[in-house]
Write a protein that binds this ligand. Structure first.
Ligand SMILES: Nc1ncnc2c1ncn2[C@@H]1O[C@H](COP(=O)(O)OP(=O)(O)OP(=O)(O)O)[C@@H](O)[C@H]1O
Length: 270
């Protein structure tokens, strides 16, 4: 997946606001990349571009070396808010995509069962979304996206609304699913721990206009689980992310940078 010199601007000509400018990033097939950045820097906009919900004002968005022309089930999106069909059961929600893709009824049902099993929800297949907890609904969302066997999984703060415990379970589950299926993942989060735990690489975005300002390789071996958080490298990587994000967040809020006089020590110089 490649975004090449992408810019996005919204609004009428006189009050046009540039959201992304000359943004370039490349994600290898099967790579797990997290996007971190201050609120409003354009993380969701990047996902919307790759999903095909939005076209760049300039530049190119390529998946499998082809320009993204519009939404495609091969690029599955999982949001923070729930988007399940409330009138369909869990099973029906998950088999919807395979059926729309033309799978025979029995095959679509089997595909849905496979993915519900993977996310540990076979027992509630005949429940309606309203009968499930928030965490369970998220697992259905993930099963629904995966049931299309997407090459690319786009996740927009998928666990942002969950309590800390449920979040750990979901992160562990996602690590396992990713190991099994190896989709390319672009994962937006505000949570530094989550980014370090899950990603192969973290892209830090800056504001005004949004662009990638730095990238951090996560050199903690896989397969991983939540215990990776106790690895000494985890703390070091977290510190690097914090330094970069703190500076960008101050900028986003229009605050003076404490380190302006000490540029040599700035992590941005690394
Ligand atoms: N359709 C639109 N029309 C006008 N402005 C938009 C539109 N979509 C996004 N924006 C603006 O683009 C900027 C970036 O939004 P985006 O949601 O991509 O940021 P983000 O980094 O994901 O933010 P957050 O972390 O708060 O979710 C914001 O200032 C937002 O108001």
């Amino acid at each position: 997946m490649t975004l090449d010199e992408v810019s996005v601007a919204f609004g009428p000509e006189k009050r046009r606001k540039t959201i992304l400018s000359s943004l370039t990033m490349h994600v290898e097939p099967g790579e797990f990349v997290a996007l971190l950045g201050p609120s409003g820097c354009g993380k969701s906009t990047v996902l919307n571009l790759v999903a095909g919900y939005l076209k760049p004002s300039t530049g190119a968005v390529l998946v499998d070396s082809k320009p993204v022309a519009g939404p495609d089930p091969q690029r599955g999106m999982v949001f923070q808010q729930h988007t399940l069909f409330p009138w369909k059961t869990v099973q029906e929600n998950v088999e919807f995509g395979p059926k729309m893709a033309g799978q025979p009824k029995a095959t679509a049902e089997a595909t849905a069962r496979t993915f519900l099993d993977m996310v540990g929800l076979s027992k509630v297949a005949d429940h309606y979304p309203s009968q499930l907890s928030g965490g369970m609904q998220h697992r259905v969302e993930i099963a629904r996206a995966l049931a299309n066997y997407p090459g690319v999984l786009l996740m927009d703060e998928p666990f942002g609304a969950l309590d800390a415990q449920t979040r750990l379970v979901m992160q562990d589950g996602l690590l396992k699913l990713w190991e099994q299926l190896k989709p390319t993942v672009l994962f937006v989060t505000h949570d530094i721990d989550e980014a370090v735990l899950l990603a192969d690489r973290i892209l830090i975005m800056g504001v005004s206009p949004g662009r990638v300002i730095s990238e951090i390789e996560v050199d903690i071996e896989r397969p991983r689980n939540v215990r990776a958080m106790t690895d000494p490298r985890f703390g070091r990587l977290k510190g690097q992310c914090l330094d970069l994000l703190e500076r960008e967040s101050r900028k986003a809020f229009g605050l003076q940078d404490d380190d302006d006089t000490d540029d040599e020590a700035s992590p941005l110089r690394a």
